[in-house]
Every structure is written in structure tokens, then in C-alpha cells.
Design a protein. Structure first.
Lengths: 254, 106
């Protein structure tokens, strides 16, 4: 059976070649960056690309009520959310369990699996502050390792990866790809192969980042782009596939 | 004479038919093989193009100005035609392409 893949264009390199994130080859995408480094803006651009291709989203954002949160920046994609955004740590923990459960069900069910991305903003804060950190990290680790083949992907956005790694070093090792935006050397070093790249990460301007130690230029989502994405997502909502998806989720008791 | 002619005609037509059938089988096998490879390749090309075009449509003005050499332009992508594939199950890709190209602001 042939399937559609949901590749992302992360940006362009300095030779103007597009840098492609391959859906089939990667299990997760981590975003590393200080406050104000463009994590939210860039994530909104990438999430819009996914939503335009019919990918559904499960979102957790502890700052969702803030004007500059990811939830607000992706307002045009709210139709693509399979569940309302989780905002407190307890809800995020429950969503991590739900995501794991969906993956487990899918492994035992050969039906039509729609692509689903679980986005967790401020993931490192969650790891450092939540009471169920270890159990959640283990569930995510299992999800990352097993559920790529059933159409589930993770997008983890965070600042203090250096500290969080103490709690979830195995999870970090399993994440297949990362975009490093402006961040401290300590945080960047966890995802860069070379020391020099990690040092340079501290000097990155907004709109640039490192992907596999290569500098990329990341475009910004435009107002028209938001409209395109919104319209595209609404069109997908009308298709039969998504109705089946909703029934599927409903059957699982969500 | 008549008998010899009939025998040689029968023999020739048998050989011709055999070759024709063999040729058809070969052509069919080749077609299937080609088609299979073509579908795989096409899927690869299509999915990258879909991603590319979606990325462009979401950030049109940006991509042209961001690159250092400015060679990455919209026309570079849009001038490349997408090959229509009648057997293609990539409906998602097709819908995405059509929708993006026909998009009009209300």
C-alpha cells in the first residue's frame, strides 16, 4: 500500500537549497532555544505545513493563556486539534498517557492511521516541574521508539535542555532530529555534534538556526499563509477520513 | 504444393503468434516493473514538491528574501510541472496541490 508522507521544509541553507525534514525517517523534532529566540514563530510555521497536509495535532502548552503562546500563534490551526489544548501539568501528563495509548492501540490495529503530531511547548519546564516526570519521560521514550511506524510523531519545544537532560537523558538520545535556535552553549551542546556549533548557537539571530550542524534560514509564517493553512485545515475536516478519525478517538473513550 | 504451403503458413503463423505473445508478456512485465518504480519515484518527488509548495505558500515573500544568493525563487519551483498520475493513490498530495494553486482569499 502506498502512503503519503508529510515532509517539512524547515528552511533553506546558505546555498538556497531547501532543508527537508523527512516524515518517514524521523520520530521526533526537538526545538531548542532561549526565550525570544523564535521558537514559537518557527514552530507555528512548521505546524502549519503539517496541518496543510492533513496532519492532526495534539497540543500541550502551559502558557496557552499568554498572548505570545504557541496556542495563540497557531490559532488558525485549531480545527486540526484532536483534543483541546492541555494547559496545566496534570493535563499534559494525561495527554502523554493518551498519546501512548493511541500508539499502543494502533500497533494492534491495522486500520487507517491518520498522521498525528503531539506538540509540547515548554517541555523542559514540564520535565523540571511536574510531579510525574519520570513516568511521563518513559511513556514518551516508548512513544518515540515504537510509534513512528504508526504515524505518530513528537514535537518537543523547550529552553533548558541542559538541565532537563538529567531527568530524561534516554529520551534525548532517542529524539532523531533537532533544530537549535539561539541558545546557551550548554543547552545547544546536547543536540549539536560539534562544539563550535554549540558556541555559535549563542549568537544566532532570530530566523536562523542549526539543523544537523548546518545553518538554516527559517521563513516566517505570513498573514496570507495563516489564511491558506486555515482554509486547508477546514477542507480536510470535511473529508471522510477525518470523520473516521473522530469515531476512532471516540471509540477509545477520549 | 497446396499441402506444403498450408504447412509452412501454419508454421509461420504459429511462430509469429508465439513471438507476439512473448513480446506482450515481456512488455507487460516491463511495464509493471517500470510502473512500480515510477510510482515509488513519483511519490518521492510529489511529497517533496507538496511540502515545498506548502512551505512557499505559507511564507511566500520570506523565502525570496531570506536566501543569501536569491536564487531560491517561487518560479524555480512552479515552472517544474507535476506529472499527472492516473493510478496514483496520493489523493492527499493532489488535494493539497490543487487547493494551494486555486486558493483565493474570500
Amino acid at each position: 500500500m502506498q502512503k503519503h508522507t508529510y515532509n517539512l521544509i524547515l528552511g533553506v541553507n546558505q546555498d538556497s537549497e531547501p532543508i527537508i525534514w523527512h516524515w518517514d525517517n524521523e520520530n521526533a523534532l526537538a526545538i531548542i532555544g532561549k526565550g525570544g529566540s523564535g521558537k514559537t514563530t518557527n514552530s507555528a510555521y512548521w505546524l502549519s505545513q503539517w496541518a496543510c497536509q492533513g496532519v492532526r495535532l495534539l497540543m500541550a502548552d502551559p502558557h496557552m493563556n499568554n498572548r505570545q503562546s504557541l496556542y495563540v500563534a497557531t490559532e488558525h490551526l485549531h480545527d486540526a486539534l484532536v483534543e483541546p489544548c492541555a494547559c496545566d501539568y496534570g493535563d499534559i501528563t494525561r495527554y502523554i498517557e493518551l498519546f501512548h495509548q493511541i500508539g499502543y492501540e494502533r500497533l494492534n490495529n491495522t486500520g487507517d492511521h491518520y498522521p498525528l503530531v503531539f506538540v509540547i511547548d515548554e517541555f523542559t519546564s514540564y520535565l523540571l516541574n511536574s510531579s510525574d516526570t519520570k513516568a511521563s519521560a518513559l511513556k514518551l521514550l516508548d512513544s518515540v521508539n515504537q510509534y513512528r511506524k504508526v504515524g505518530l510523531r513528537l514535537m518537543l519545544i523547550g529552553q533548558s535542555w541542559g538541565q532537563a537532560i538529567r531527568v530524561a537523558s534516554q529520551l534525548r538520545d532517542s529524539i532523531s532530529s533537532a533544530v537549535v535556535l539561539k541558545s546557551s552553549k550548554n543547552d545547544a551542546a546536547k543536540f549539536c555534534a560539534f562544539d563550535t556549533t554549540a558556541k555559535e548557537a549563542n549568537l544566532l539571530p532570530i530566523g536562523r538556526g542549526f539543523y544537523q550542524d548546518e545553518m538554516i534560514w527559517i521563513p516566517k509564517l505570513t498573514g496570507t499563509g495563516k489564511l491558506v493553512a486555515q482554509k486547508r485545515v477546514k477542507a480536510f475536516m470535511k473529508t471522510d477520513t477525518l470523520h473516521r478519525n473522530e469515531i476512532y478517538l471516540h471509540d477509545m473513550g477520549t | 504444393m497446396v499441402i506444403i504451403s498450408l504447412i509452412s503458413w501454419g508454421f509461420t503463423s504459429f511462430i509469429a503468434n508465439y513471438h507476439k505473445a512473448h513480446k506482450e508478456r515481456l512488455a507487460n512485465a516491463l511495464y509493471q516493473h517500470y510502473d512500480y518504480n515510477n510510482a515509488q519515484q513519483l511519490q518521492h518527488i510529489l511529497t517533496e514538491k507538496v511540502a515545498y509548495r506548502i512551505a512557499e505558500s505559507l511564507a511566500t515573500a520570506q523565502l525570496d528574501t531570506l536566501s543569501t544568493t536569491n536564487s531560491h525563487t517561487n518560479s524555480a519551483v512552479k515552472d517544474t510541472p507535476i506529472i499527472p498520475d492516473t493510478k496514483d493513490p496520493l489523493s492527499t498530495a493532489k488535494i493539497a496541490i490543487e487547493d494551494i494553486f486555486n486558493f483565493k482569499e474570500d
